[in-house]
Design a protein around this ligand. Sequence first.
Ligand code: GUN
Length: 301
Amino acid sequence: MAARLIDGRQSARSIIESVKSATAALEQRAGCTPGLAVVIVGDDPASHAYVGAKSRMAKECGFASTQHTLPATTTQDELEALVARLNTDHGVHGVLVQLPLPPHLDGDQLTQSVSPAKDVDGLHAVNAGKVATGDFDSGLVSCTPAGAMVLVRSVHGSDLSGLNAVVIGRSNLFGKPMSALLLAANATVTIAHSRTKDLPAICRSADILVAAVGRPQMVTADWIKAGATVVDVGINRVLVPGEPDGKTRLVGDVSFEESQAVAGAVTPVPGGVGPMTIAMLMANTVTAAYRAAGIKPPRFG
Ligand code: GUN
């Protein structure tokens, strides 16, 4: 039997509808419009595509959205001055600096210069620390792991007691916060990475397998336990074999066709985790705006 498809587009749409309602309610109660500032440096086409999608969605949600598009020659001081200005701007509730930055800039330092209350990416050490310690009421959770967890909950519910989860990838952006969220939901969590011995065997122990490595279709059928839930966080552009003109398509870190035959449920690429990242960014922005207005925010997802 083919695995169940986990529809990230549908889950994302439902979260966006809740964000729109919450935005309208905040406007009515406090006269406050959520403000999102997105900063992008240089001309990486993939980053521009992501940022364009974020800015469009922010407008659709009814936010006051501003995009700061800076040349690749921008200096660290200039960028830090912009972030400092956005940190004190009362109309801005969320600040996002798109990564990766050009190599002469220190992305970590910039990420840590965003005010934790406006860190809608959830990457500041204060927010990462809250996730690590299980405080989900006062911080902001990193968007992609938060979105991936919504999809996991859609299959398993909110209590993962007794389930083995394996996360491949240990980045601050995804692997570490994802592992913390799975652990907080009572899963037994293994973090695997490039130095892990016998990765396929570790993966085969997973009831929930989460792949975030950035290597196209690395996870094959023999890595997957029968009936497992497979969450594919990879977004890789690859050439379509045999097609002229360098035609490309998007694939995940999991071989989708192979996973279909073994897994119980899988997230497709595109249309799985990707749309959830943007939805959770919108949720974080409206959450930050509620807190700035002194009102308890609703929960999303
Ligand atoms: N680049 C790839 N993913 C992300 C993300 O979630 N946030 C930011 N700021 N940059 C990214």
